[in-house]
Design a protein around this ligand. Structure first.
Ligand SMILES: NC(=O)c1ccc[n+]([C@@H]2O[C@H](COP(=O)([O-])OP(=O)(O)OC[C@H]3O[C@@H](n4cnc5c(N)ncnc54)[C@H](OP(=O)(O)O)[C@@H]3O)[C@@H](O)[C@H]2O)c1
Length: 237
């Protein structure tokens, strides 16, 4: 049985990943503000991951008979879609906390708590193409996704130096038909010149379903970690 910690399990990609791992008989510990999954092998930690004090209280523990441990840093937010000069300071801080501080804190705690366990350990950061592409109105989102790419790259380098039984990859999941995409389409053209491209993705049925993307991640999991690139795109699988 795998033990899988996933952030953002109340909807979207995180929920689809959790449901598919549960179908495979694995144990899933989910973290988000809302809980929408009921299953005997599912445990939920209700938490606002943008709140540093609450984040600090999250604990990882060794589990009997764990064949491997996986941490999927999936929860993310677009934040406010506005040009620099019109943003709310608190919303900037909350989005940065969720998108980059929480994955760093959780990866650090995961390593600290489980480093002496014999079972292999995997960290999967959900990144985005936005981490390598400058999109107006998305300065907070793009910057925090660029930051998670660099965090993942350095973490990977450190693990190789130690010859550890832990591996990390950061994966851009492609465009998915979730609440995040509907938020993108609700942005104002004044603050987001690329709006039409995202409206067209929906109109032309270009968005993948969360369950398709989750299935692709799970079925290619070993290949993703065999590939030496620390930062990858699901499009390569
Ligand atoms: N959708 C896309 O096209 C797309 C493209 C590229 C990358 N991504 C990335 O894929 C990941 C999943 O995105 P998605 O599209 O599935 O998003 P989503 O549908 O908006 O779901 C986001 C999840 O994160 C949780 N979350 C949000 N704020 C939180 C907070 N403060 N504390 C704890 N949990 C919080 C939400 O749960 P609660 O609201 O219950 O807390 C929800 O479960 C994100 O990292 C995103 O950047 C998505």
């Amino acid at each position: 049985m795998k033990v899988i910690y996933i952030t953002g399990t109340s909807r979207g990609l995180g929920k689809a990943l959790a449901e598919q791992y549960l179908q495979n008989g694995d144990l899933v510990v989910g973290m988000s503000r809302n809980s929408t999954i009921k299953h005997p092998n599912y445990q939920h930690i209700p938490v606002d991951l943008s709140d540093i004090e609450k984040l600090e209280k999250i604990v990882f523990r060794p589990t009997d008979n764990a064949e491997s441990y996986i941490l999927i840093n999936n929860a993310g937010t677009l934040g406010e879609v506005k040009h620099v000069g019109s943003m709310d300071s608190l919303m900037i801080a909350k989005a940065v906390n969720l998108n980059i501080t929480a994955p760093m804190v959780l990866a650090n705690k995961f390593m600290d708590a489980l480093c002496n366990e014999k079972a292999p350990k995997y960290v999967l950061n959900i990144g985005s193409g936005a981490g390598t592409s400058a999109i107006d109105g998305w300065s907070v989102y793009c910057s925090s996704k660029a930051a998670i790419n660099m965090f993942g790259e350095i973490f990977d380098k450190e693990l190789m130096l130690k010859d550890s039984n832990c591996k990390v990859r950061t994966l851009a999941p492609g465009i998915i038909d979730t609440e995040m995409q509907s938020e993108i389409r609700q942005a104002s053209r004044e603050h987001f010149s690329d709006l039409k491209r995202f409206e067209d993705y929906k109109k032309n049925n270009d968005l993948n379903s969360a369950s398709e993307v989750a299935a692709k991640i799970i079925s290619n999991f070993n290949l993703i970690y065999k590939n030496k690139d620390a930062i990858q795109s699901i499009r390569n699988y």
